[in-house]
Write a protein that binds this ligand. Structure first.
Ligand code: FDA
Length: 318
């Protein structure tokens, strides 16, 4: 793991730094690289281009850690409009792939999970509203993973709603010690699990710290999911898990619509296109909205080169 990552994530929590950085318009090159734009119109343009290129999309309306109920309700309203707009897009013909090409990704903390009274119940109810709409529109929903203090509540919500919406997806983070066991529990028939390494600053009591340990854990978890009966979503840009997924799929006779690769908008686009051209299902996670700060700082922390690029852009504009 990038040795600067904990430092960058800790610094990013400073309100002064946040004020300074969010003063930069979203058009700043580095923000634009990772975020489709501030509005749904910007997002739909990007989603259309990705779909036309043979890639699928999962769209995240940026926002997290809402402590205001009205804000959570505004987020639900935006997601409902987003699902409508995504459902209206022309769907690409992807030979051998029958899964819905459009999906939304959602953080429960944006739906009210962190509200001081009944937060998890409010978030669950809000997610139920989104899933009901998504089911009518043939749009999938996957619940993002946030920091480890939320994992138990988030998975409880997913388990509850999967009784009504068996296609509801969840994200598991390979850096958490608990995840291999969660993968075992959640690898049953129809279960959609997006496996990622994990992007938050976590203590050694709950998470592997070294990059090699995280990759090893990812590979163990991936094997559990690929041997299971569910639908694994291989969310990584790392060539090692990507190659391992191809090998495991071949061993298990999983064809292209029984698992998918997923990558973030703006990262390794040529690799996304290579996999899609080879007939694999590839989905790109596309964020939009004005609340890009938390998302962007996690992307900067993953790669020092991004931070250097960002600082250069800042200096050249000042
Ligand atoms: P790793 O960090 O080792 O990167 C491998 C290679 O990918 C790098 O060498 C570089 O080439 C490229 N790369 C990776 N990150 C880059 C960056 N920021 N900029 C430029 N190049 C980069 N996390 C989480 O905690 N909760 C979640 O819900 C999600 N959701 C999610 C969805 C999807 C679809 C993806 C792909 C990822 C997430 N993540 C996430 C983020 C994830 O946990 C992780 O932080 C990043 O994917 C980076 O890890 P990699 O597996 O790519 O490996």
């Amino acid at each position: 793991m990038n040795p600067l990552r904990p430092l960058i994530l800790a610094a990013a929590e400073s309100p002064r730094l946040k004020r300074a950085l969010t003063g930069i318009p979203v058009t700043a090159d580095i923000v634009r690289r990772f975020v489709a734009g501030e509005t749904r119109i910007d997002l739909i343009g990007v989603a259309r281009t990705l779909l036309n290129s043979g890639r699928m999309v999962s769209v995240d309306f940026l926002g997290e850690n809402t402590t205001d109920r009205n804000q959570a309700e505004a987020t639900v309203a935006e997601y409902l409009s987003l699902i409508n707009d995504l459902a209206a897009l022309d769907r690409p013909v992807l030979p051998g792939i029958a899964v819905p090409p459009v999906e939304v990704s959602v953080k429960l903390s944006a739906l009210g999970q962190a509200l001081p009274v009944d937060g998890p119940a409010i978030a669950t109810e809000n997610l139920r509203i989104l899933c009901t709409k998504a089911a009518q529109a043939d749009v999938w929903v996957t619940v993002d993973a946030e920091d480890h203090t939320t994992t138990e509540a988030t998975l409880a919500t997913v388990r509850e709603l999967r009784c009504e919406f068996p296609w509801l997806g969840a994200v598991l983070q390979a850096y958490l010690h608990r995840t291999e066991s969660d993968c075992r529990e959640m690898s049953g028939s129809g279960s959609r699990i997006r496996l990622c390494k994990g992007a938050y600053r976590e203590p050694p009591e709950v998470a592997f710290q070294r990059a090699s340990e995280v990759t090893d854990s990812y590979l163990r978890c991936l094997e559990v999911l690929m041997r299971g009966e569910g639908y694994p979503m291989v969310a990584s840009h790392d060539p090692v898990p990507i190659a391992a997924a191809a090998d495991l799929a071949a061993q298990r006779g999983r064809d292209a619509d029984r698992f998918e690769y997923q990558m973030l908008y703006g990262i390794r686009s040529p690799e996304q296109q290579r996999l899609a051209a080879a007939g694999s299902a590839v989905r790109v996670y596309v964020p939009y909205g004005s609340q890009w700060y938390g998302y962007l700082t996690r992307r900067l922390a993953e790669r020092p080169a991004n931070l250097a690029f960002f600082l250069r852009a800042l200096v050249s504009k000042s």
